[in-house]
Design a protein around this ligand. Structure first.
Ligand SMILES: [Zn+2]
Ligand SMILES: [Zn+2]
Length: 173
C-alpha cells in the first residue's frame, strides 16, 4: 500500500489526500481469535515538511472473532486514527543505527501506508470482545447462552460463577 508523494516532496507545506483500499499481507494470519475479513481502507492527508512527511488519517478494517463469555461468533469493524511523522532516509543510510529505530522512514518518493495502518490496527485492537455489554455467558447446567432468549433452566439454578464456590461451602456445612 504505497503512497506516491512525488507531487509534494519538494514543496514544503503542500499536502495530498489519499483514500486507498487494499489487502495487507501482515494481517492475513490474524491475531489471537481475531481473523481479519476484508481489505484495509486508509484515508487521510500527507503533508510535506523539510525531509519529513506528516501522515494523518484513519484506517478501517473488519474482522471476525468470538464473544469472550459465550463464544458467539461476532463480526466487528474497527476504525483507528493515526498521526505519524515519516522521516526521509538517505538511500545509502541503510546500514546505520537507523535500523533499530522505531520511527517510520521513507526513501525515494513512496510512503508505505500499509505499515502505518497495520501498526495502528494491531495497537488498537480491543483486548476483549463481548456480544453485548451484559452478556452473562453460558448456563452452567444446560450450556446454553443465558442472555437474550435464554435457557429453560430455573433461574435459581443459574448462579453467578463468582458465587458458585460460596454455594458449595454452604452445602457442605
Ligand atoms: Zn456473549
Ligand atoms: Zn440453562
Amino acid at each position: 500500500m504505497k503512497l506516491d508523494i512525488i507531487s509534494i516532496i519538494k514543496n514544503i507545506g503542500a499536502s495530498i489526500r489519499f483514500d486507498i483500499t487494499d489487502r495487507l499481507d501482515v494481517l492475513d494470519s490474524g491475531i489471537g481469535t481475531v481473523e481479519f475479513t476484508g481489505p484495509v481502507t486508509v484515508k487521510g492527508t500527507a503533508t510535506s515538511f523539510n525531509r519529513m512527511i506528516e501522515v494523518k488519517g484513519e484506517a478501517q478494517v473488519s474482522y471476525r472473532t468470538f464473544c469472550d463469555r459465550c463464544g458467539e461468533a461476532l463480526e466487528r469493524s474497527l476504525t483507528v486514527p493515526f498521526n505519524e511523522n515519516i522521516i526521509e532516509r538517505d538511500e545509502d543510510d541503510q546500514d546505520t543505527a537507523m535500523e533499530d529505530d522505531d520511527r517510520f522512514t521513507f526513501t525515494g518518493h513512496y510512503i508505505d501506508l500499509g505499515r502505518i495502518a497495520a501498526d495502528a490496527i494491531l495497537l488498537n485492537l480491543p483486548m476483549q470482545h463481548l456480544c453485548s455489554e451484559d452478556c452473562r455467558g453460558l448456563c452452567s447446567s444446560c450450556g446454553n447462552k443465558i442472555s437474550g432468549s435464554g435457557c429453560d433452566c430455573e433461574e435459581s439454578q443459574v448462579t453467578d460463577p463468582r458465587l458458585e464456590s460460596l454455594k458449595g461451602y454452604f452445602k457442605n456445612k
